[in-house]
Design a binder for this molecule. Structure first.
Ligand code: ATP
Length: 447
């Protein structure tokens, strides 16, 4: 990525514009003028997002025998958020400009006295709670909150999972889902939004073994980045100092990424001690302990929490993949996604749209391939060169062309197709029967 600030801002503009034009991300409620901090994922965006989530789920839930999956309700009993400390403490310092009335997060300002927009005087900071409050049912006073993080659902289901599966320590529960934060200043495209998605693990350990589990998750964070195509040289670990950590956390590492708008938090990894389970024991009156099957000793496990934002991963993947080069004397834009995250794995097309025998053969190959690999696209608009450009721009790793040789014009090439590689532009001839296993093996070898 470039170091020049001007180029960086134009990179961000290019990414946002490509995202909209090609159906990755649209502004939320756009035809009504939008709603700040909300974005809608379009047909390609939802595929990319699902690929990211599936890689995470496979790596951290299905692929391990010490992990359990969960999908808890977004609405929870409001006492959950009282016990966890969110009702009293999940807030950011808010300041308002006395002149232009714009509001800012005080901890994001370099000069805390002066408005960054108009230079006016900033008022006193006050704590602003970021939870969205909502009313449950028709009874007045029955309030709850849209969950501000997915972790709460995991802690309140700790006992359920233990009772159903009797796991031995260390073990974890993983969950992917929406969370809501009434951010004072949503910004930077999908980086800071009010409706977000998280992928979180609460990994329960014996107090004595927290360090080894912390190190294990620390390396797993890097393994996940590698799997989705976020280069390690653009990810930096920030050891959060004593004064900046939550009071219950004994160690926190923020994983920061070089976003086009600066180095900012991508993920967090925290050792949360036994704070959460203890707080929910007190709040609910239910015992949340683990009984050692050998010694019968009962204790509240400690927790290591790796927390991943889906939207920030999406943006980091997109920014890492964005590339421009020159092919055949023309500048081209392409997204060099890893095959595992690419929203479309291959595009299939007939060389010519107006030759029924080519179209029929191409449709046959397309339908068969799509049965094995659903993320396959049909494209017969314009000439082959234009189709390549279009597919490059959405990051499709391979374009498959059905031509007259496929039909046997050259008998030696009967039932073979041209497969063109996105990054090199090189073309190879491949038997139709090998297409599916070629693409599948490339997707798998990446994870
Ligand atoms: P920040 O300091 O950037 O506000 P945070 O430290 O409050 O983030 P956590 O509470 O640790 O974030 O949340 C865990 C993860 O959830 C973050 O690392 C990030 O990936 C994601 N996340 C948090 N808030 C947002 C948001 N408003 N928009 C998008 N993703 C978010």
């Amino acid at each position: 990525m470039t170091e020049d600030p001007k180029e960086k801002s134009s990179l961000m503009e290019k990414i946002i514009s490509l995202s909209k034009r090609r159906g990755f991300v649209y502004q939320g409620s756009e035809i009504y003028g939008g709603l700040a901090g909300t974005w809608d994922y379009g047909p390609l965006g939802v595929e990319l997002k699902n690929n990211i989530k599936n890689i995470w789920w496979k790596m951290f839930v299905q692929g391990r025998d010490d992990m359990y999956g969960l999908d808890a309700a977004i609405l929870m009993n409001s006492r959950v958020w009282e016990a966890s400390g969110h009702v009293s403490g999940f807030s950011d310092p808010l300041v308002e400009c006395e002149k232009c009335k714009k509001r800012f997060r005080e901890d994001h300002l370099e000069d805390k006295a002066k408005c960054p927009e108009c230079g006016g005087k900033l008022g006193e900071a006050r704590q602003f709670n970021m939870m969205f409050q909502t009313q449950i049912g028709a009874m007045e006073g029955s309030i709850s909150y849209l969950r501000p993080e997915t972790a709460g659902g995991i802690f309140v289901n700790f006992k359920n999972v233990v009772d159903s599966f009797h796991p031995k320590l260390p073990f974890g529960i993983g969950q992917i889902g929406k969370a809501f934060r009434n951010e004072i200043a949503p910004r930077d495209f999908i980086f800071r939004v009010r409706e977000l998605e998280q992928m979180e693990v609460e990994y329960f350990v014996r107090p004595t073994e927290w360090e080894s589990s912390f190190e294990m998750w620390r390396s797993q964070v890097h393994a996940f980045n590698a799997a989705v195509g976020i280069p390690s040289e653009n990810v930096h670990e920030l050891e959060v100092g004593d004064g900046d950590r939550a009071h219950y956390s004994k160690r926190t590492i923020d994983f920061e990424f070089d976003f086009p708008f600066g180095r900012k938090e991508l993920y967090g990894l925290a050792y949360r001690t036994d704070f959460d389970l203890k707080a929910h024991e007190v709040g609910s009156g239910t015992e949340l302990k683990y009984q050692d099957p050998e010694t019968n000793e009962k204790f509240v496990p400690h927790v290591i929490e790796p927390s991943f934002g889906v939207d920030r991963t999406f943006l980091a993947v997109l920014a890492s993949a964005y590339a421009e080069d020159e092919q055949n004397g023309e500048v081209r834009t392409y997204l060099k996604f890893k095959p595992a995250v690419a929203p479309v794995k291959a595009a299939v097309f007939p060389l010519l749209k107006n030759k029924p025998e080519l179209v029929a053969k191409a449709r046959e190959i397309y339908i068969a391939l799509k049965k094995d690999i659903p993320q396959i696209m049909w494209d017969d608009n314009g000439n082959v060169g234009k189709r390549y450009r279009r597919q490059d721009e959405i990051g499709t790793p391979w374009c498959v062309t059905i031509d007259f040789d496929t039909l046997g014009e050259n008998p030696a090439l009967l039932d073979t197709v041209t497969v063109r590689d996105r990054d090199s532009g090189e073309q190879i001839r491949m038997p139709v029967g090998e297409l599916s296993s070629f693409i599948s093996s490339k997707i798998k070898e990446e994870i």
